[in-house]
Design a binder for this molecule. Structure first.
Ligand SMILES: [Fe+2]
Length: 226
């Protein structure tokens, strides 16, 4: 008689390599002289290395795609030619295991065609961790991701592919890191010719990471991650 065992991280080299790319990103490189970004980077890498040392379970999640994932191949191709090539290559190796989702109970038809995210590590898995979420968000060309904020959550984005802007403040290229602190309102727009792929990290209290309850500002749409 055989018993089914839950795979652990160390049994899954592709997830290990992808997490090592996150670790390298948050361990090396510069905080640009910003104490807030330096502290955030330290929190992410400390929580990630503690999680990897625990050799956590890989939780079973059903593969899912969304309309925007038709742009993933192009985004990875662009990513492999730019500053984040290691991350793009490692993501390519798990692309058939990703669970792409919207997170919102209701989403506009336009946004549902142009946006989705997938988690790599967090309370819902696939790599189980209670105090950190790592993932990717993918946007089609010419997307506006509406204004929103996150209570009690610090969010960083690192560009993997494509050009994008936040709050009309700058144009970010692969390798750029942007920090949104708790409560910071932000709105994202992407370039009109190519898709945009961002890696992200969320830190915050465990209860909040389990249930972010995020809202698009000025709407009643609620973010659920159940
Ligand atoms: Fe955000």
């Amino acid at each position: 008689m055989t018993t089914l065992t839950v795979p652990r991280l160390k049994d899954s080299p592709n997830w290990v390599y992808l997490l090592r790319e996150f670790d390298a990103l948050y361990r090396h490189g510069s905080a640009g002289g910003s104490p807030a970004i330096r502290a955030h980077r330290r929190t992410v890498r400390d929580r990630l290395s503690a999680a990897m040392a625990r050799n956590p379970d890989i939780l079973p999640r059903a593969r899912d795609v969304k309309p925007v994932t038709a742009h993933l191949a192009r985004a990875l191709d662009l990513g492999e030619r730019a500053a984040m090539q290691g991350m793009a290559r490692a993501l390519r190796e798990v692309r058939d295991e990703l669970t792409w989702e919207y997170g919102y109970e209701r989403i506009s038809k336009a946004l549902s065609q142009k946006y989705a995210y997938c988690e790599i590590l967090g309370p819902q898995g696939p790599v189980q961790c209670e105090n950190l979420i790592l993932g990717f968000v993918l946007f089609a060309p010419s997307t506006t991701y509406p204004q929103h904020s996150h209570q009690e959550i610090e969010e960083s984005y690192i560009s993997v592919a494509g050009a994008w802007s936040e709050n009309n403040a700058a144009v970010f290229a692969p390798g750029s890191l942007i920090l949104n602190r708790s409560g910071d309102e932000h709105r994202i727009t992407t370039g009109d010719r190519e898709p945009c792929l961002l890696a992200y990290a969320w830190t915050g209290p465990e209860e909040r990471l389990k249930n972010p309850n995020m809202r698009l500002t000025g709407t009643r749409k609620t973010k659920v991650r159940s």
